[in-house]
Design a protein around this ligand. Sequence first.
Ligand code: 13P
Length: 281
Amino acid sequence: MALVRVREILKMADAANTSVIAFNSSDFNMIHSVFKIAEELKKPALVMLDPRHAALWGWGTPEIYAKMCIEEAAKVDVPVSFHLDHCMDFDFIMRAIKAGFPSVMYDGSMLSYEENVKNTAEVARVAHAMGVDVEAELGHVGFAANETDQDDLDLYTKVDVAARFCEESHCDSVAVAIGTAHGFYKKTPKLDLQRLQEINAAVDTPLVLHGGSGVPDDQLEKAFTMGINKFNVGTEYFYLYFQTVKEYCQNHEDIFDMQMLVQERLQDYLRQKLQLCTMTV
Ligand code: 13P
């Protein structure tokens, strides 16, 4: 099956009443491990490029990233795909689309409702003409380091505008703010599952949950049956990678085998995390 459009994978997840898991991944070890364990467990999975990592690597990144994902995806038989995460830069989105990204996120969540709709619709117009899917964000998923972000109801997605937003922006999926935040939590998040159910009842568009690191599994299991069809996780996957490198360097003089250990650890984590997606393919 190899590379599949993200909207098709979200459709499968919706039909199975679960969520595909999307991992922020910046290099071969991370991308290869996601697709490998997806294949092993017979589950769909996504990898996502964070534009901040692209900025660190320079302008060639979307092309290199796309090539790596396309080649890795061709090696597996389960539906996998890749996505450009949180981007506000129209030119960078266009560059990713040209490079072969099947899915992009335009994040206008810090803008007014009108500007968010207008810009998302403009991205969707071009992306759809190129056969590419668009994720939007309504409400704003903040940062866990700002302890108040996850509880700030002003940032939460408003049920009464969700349907109009999806219709007017032509997005293919929408990230909702229901109590999560990006990065490591200082206090355990408590998802507003009532709000999630109401949003899900109001819109047909697949819903996305950001800020996945550290959200308790029991809350995720519920959220996945209440309309979340794409679940983003990054911080804990990166942290595990960097901790493994640090530990290895402290304990070994010859660091030649380090990548083997990195992949082993990442794959053990993925083997567990991917169990949250209850569908098999
Ligand atoms: P975490 O880094 O908090 O897991 O969130 C990832 C995310 O939402 C990427 O869009």
